[in-house]
Design a protein around this ligand. Sequence first.
Ligand code: IVH
Length: 674
Amino acid sequence: MTKAEAQQRIDKLKKEIDHHRYLYHVEDRQEISDAALDSLKHELERLEQQFPDLITADSPTQRVGGEPLPEFQKVQHTQRMLSLNDIFSFEELQAWEDRVKKLLSAGEQKQLGYFVELKMDGLAISLLYRDGVLARASTRGDGYIGEDVTENMKTIEAIPLRLRVLKNITQQNRVIRGEVEIRGEVVMSKKAFANLNAAQKKKKEPLYANPRNVAAGSVRQLNPKVTASRKLDFVAYDLVSDLGQETHSEVHSLLRQLGFKAGDHNYTSANIQEVEKVHTQIGKLRESLPYWTDGIVVNVNHLSLFQKLGVVGKAPRGAVAYKYPAEQATTVVEDIQVQIGRTGALTPVAHLRPVQVAGTTVSRATLHNEDEIARLDVRIGDTVIVQKAGDIIPDIVQGLPKLRTGKERRFHFPKKCPICGSAVERQADQAAYYCSNTFCFAQAREGLYHFVSKSAFDIDGLGPKIIDQLLEHELIRDPADIFALREADLLPLDGFAEVSARNLIQAITAKKRISLARFLYALGIRHVGEETAIALAQHFHALDAITAASLEELEAIHDIGGIVAKSIYAYFAEPAHQKLLKKLAQNGVEIIYQAPKRRTLEGKTFVLTGGLSSLTRDEAKDRIRRAGGSISSSVSQKTDYVVAGEDPGSKYDKAKELNVAIINEKELLQMLDS
Ligand code: IVH
């Protein structure tokens, strides 16, 4: 091949490789396989080796990262790199708009509209392209002077080494003759972060706290090879240079045309009510997004207005970060105590110095079990990081042992149940210790709470507080006693008068007739949740048949595993439980079994998300189950349908991602009626 031919081929290969880079990183799709793309890259490499003087700065072979640097060079920014002020509520958003409006004329106020995008949680970077080719990449630094991290940024494939050709000729001429500056955020996906930490774990090396820290640390690596190994991504959010753009939405469109990923969740909103809606929507989506975001950025869309609003301190007036409440905070473990659940499991709970996390005060966090305490090496007196995600019980993510004073105390798992004093035991295959006494008061109390709860006997007005009083006054000892209560028993209790006592007794009487599945669930048998209870009911049709079933029969039921079957068998073999069942019957509890009428949804798994209008969630679940379907709480490949009601949550997005059929309430009703 002559040099001229090589030159032609190299040019074509570079274009082709960049085309596939663009598809993958910006459009999120692939036209050719990774292997085919690698093959093109290898061909390019070979040609460049043959003709080294044909290597240019924008060649994809230049992404590997050169030699380690002794230090980063300082870089003066062309325009100061600003940051954003944070707000946390709609009131603050209103106050921000009020301030904005005051600075605008009546005519300008009419033009006012917003561009909303995700606030990516990473590190801000400025990219300078000279004549269309990446010439310099720098960190923000103090806003005026940053550090030159060009070699590191070249290793990130989502950053084009050459800007793509714009259709508009004037704009294109501007790009290829002169400097174009783009700003954005270097981020690491949750997946890349998880993989990185998995590898750390394997190497028995310390885990990284969050993707943001890794992204920031990887950018500021003197050895570009380390950066290259970190699978970083880049999301652009600003075009500093003037290509004739008039709005922030045009900025985003241009960023995409130039070859950047520019955020997947961008919205133009006419007013702050719409902004608020987007904030709420993204709040629900956030967990299922591939990247960490800590809020949204609200920009005044018209750039002329944005300019006019100017800068106060370090932040522009025309944009704010509308953040979600922090989900992590640090606090001190004041004590570790053990709680007993209804199944007798001992759960260690950290009692914390109260701290605000994700908008609520957290004073306890579960430590799950002994192994988890050992893994985290949490001691009483330690400063720890607590995390709250969604409705999940707060968790301790890690301790900060460097802050220890020496007065911290290790926690030792009790050998005896702290409530009844019986021995505790841990089975080889389980993480939890259990109290060996089935009559343990704590278990009994938790069991009673469970017995009357919504998915079990569902007795209106009978919650933990009243159960506690009934226990204290020795009016009940076991669930069967509930059905022998009389109005007169309740009158001496706090907060009870004639009417309320009558109402509660009526509520109890009304629930004496109960479905077999609910009844089984109410018993609180270890490992028997709602779905298992339903499977048992549908298989046996009557309680007698279940109590008489052998272990083998139980094990043979579809959906019931060995451990669960053993637990069911052991429950009914216990004389105390047989006595309880008898007593329940004597006190008027009547168990009914209704065979599902039409099993049109046999074998189908449903997940519900969002509000339904013509039936409650529980009714919907009941009807699906009666038609033979089952309910799951999370979306997976095994889900057949996601029923999306009003304001669906992250399950909706998960369904989209996994290509699971999404149906609305009307379609569900049609399926049930068909
Ligand atoms: S616009 C005027 N848009 O958040 C400053 N910033 O505290 C330009 N960030 O320094 C910011 N995602 O590092 C903007 N979509 C986004 C962003 C974003 C993340 C970062 C950026 C900035 C910081 C502001």
